[in-house]
Design a protein around this ligand. Structure first.
Ligand code: PLP
Length: 399
């Protein structure tokens, strides 16, 4: 769709999602794993808009959540409670109570103290908690250090050496029904063999346990922000099969939690150029979106493709593309080539922003949280309106 035209109907900045791309990525995943005993659970953290969750739900995909709020959004998107998993190293009592009350399919427990807390809450509620044990398999994914989650020093999961103690606690608590082992090695993994090691460790560990029927291997399938060659679900599927063939043959269900792969490519942050500023030999293109809207470049030094929404025959020049937030780190890209005739009012598209974009946004600098628009063919519809700082202020109590 022509983003210049779209920006006439919706004030910038806003997020636009392409429904065709979302459907294509969902279909690619379901197709890749359809011959296996695999259930897919969309990691809602990547993009928690219920309209997007609904597209995954329609394709039979479940949900992977980390808070009560995400469970609510997964339910609002039409995912059946039994198909919802919950992770999270810091689940609050409210999160746990809500998860148990909603009857979600599996709570992945990340520590021994958490086992006791869940058991106490389940006893208080008179329910049985279906739990998975999240293992830290001590495998290092080849990704940004903030995105790796399965190293010995990471906060996630339980180390294998602590498994006997965890099992001892589980055995002593009738409120806990242990059904699964789980892991999540990292995100934005671009090479199938990086996940193979973790899958193999988990598969071997699973084989040593009794009475479990689900092995949750987490998410992590990467996307190609720069357009270079990346492993696709069709490349990951044989690796999953290879590592878990024997388990699948005896009826064990493999669970996967893809987030980024479903949502990233479909999303564009549509922003307007406010100022073109020449300073210190550089060309700064200051846009009306900022790091509060898309924090990935500031947080992870992440690359996003960026281009003007109009064509131009002008020569390209290196630009610093920055937002208006009062932080030096509020820079989307340096040395990015844009046409030299870029002017105030131009629309800039920041691509591959559908995952960990809006979901990680904030009200910093009293800026709004942005509207989200779903484009389906020639149709565009608002799927979440902007939330202004004034609305947020309404929650402020008198000093
Ligand atoms: C436990 C867990 N599962 C799934 C995911 C989704 O990962 P991705 O978006 O890379 O597929 C994450 C993200 O970090 C996660 O922490």
């Amino acid at each position: 769709m022509d983003m210049v035209a779209l920006a006439r109907n919706y004030p910038t900045p806003f997020y636009a999602y392409d429904a065709e791309v979302l459907r294509a990525r969902i279909a690619e995943l379901t197709e890749a794993f359809k011959a296996q005993n695999v259930s897919l659970h969309y990691a809602v953290k990547a993009n928690d808009n219920p309209a997007i969750i609904a597209m995954a739900a329609k394709a039979g995909i479940g949900g992977c959540t980390v808070t009560a709020g995400e469970i609510k959004r997964a339910l609002a998107g039409g995912i059946a409670p039994a198909m919802i998993l919950m992770n999270g190293v810091g689940k609050t009592d409210t999160d746990i109570r809500f998860a148990l009350a909603s009857g979600i399919g599996q709570i992945n427990v990340e520590s021994i103290p958490e086992l006791t807390v869940i058991a106490d809450i389940a006893r208080d509620m008179g329910v049985i908690a279906p739990i998975g044990l999240r293992i830290n398999p001590e495998v290092e994914a080849d990704t940004h250090s903030h995105l790796a989650t399965g190293r010995r020093t990471d906060k996630f999961g339980t180390l294998v050496e602590d498994l006997p103690e965890a099992k001892h606690v589980i055995a002593s608590r009738p409120e806990l029904k242990w059904i699964a082992l789980s892991c999540h090695i990292g995100t934005q993994v671009h090479n199938a063999s990086e996940l193979r090691r973790g899958y193999e460790v988990m598969s071997a560990l699973f084989s040593e346990q009794e009475g479990l029927d689900r092995l949750d291997l987490g998410g992590g399938f990467g996307v190609s922000y720069k357009g270079d060659s990346y492993a696709k679900p069709a490349d990951f599927a044989p690796v999953v099969l290879e590592a878990t063939k024997q388990l699948q043959a005896r009826g064990v269900r493999i669970q996967l939690e893809p987030g980024r792969y479903i949502a990233a490519e479909a999303g564009t942050l549509v922003t307007k150029v406010l100022y073109v500023k020449k300073s210190g030999g550089q060309t700064f293109v200051i846009v009306d979106a900022g790091m509060n809207d898309l924090i990935r470049p500031a947080l992870y030094d992440a690359y996003h493709p960026m281009s003007l929404a109009r064509s131009s025959k002008a020569a390209h020049i290196p630009c610093v593309i920055a937002g208006g937030v009062c932080e030096s780190g509020d820079v989307f890209a340096r040395g990015r080539m844009l046409p030299s005739d870029v002017v105030r009012g131009d629309i800039l598209e920041i691509g591959f922003a559908g995952a960990y974009g809006h979901a990680m946004s904030s009200f910093y600098n009293a800026r709004p949280r942005l509207a989200e628009v779903l484009i389906d063919g020639n149709e565009a519809r608002l799927i979440r309106r902007a939330l202004t700082a004034e609305e947020f202020d309404a929650a402020t109590l008198a000093a």
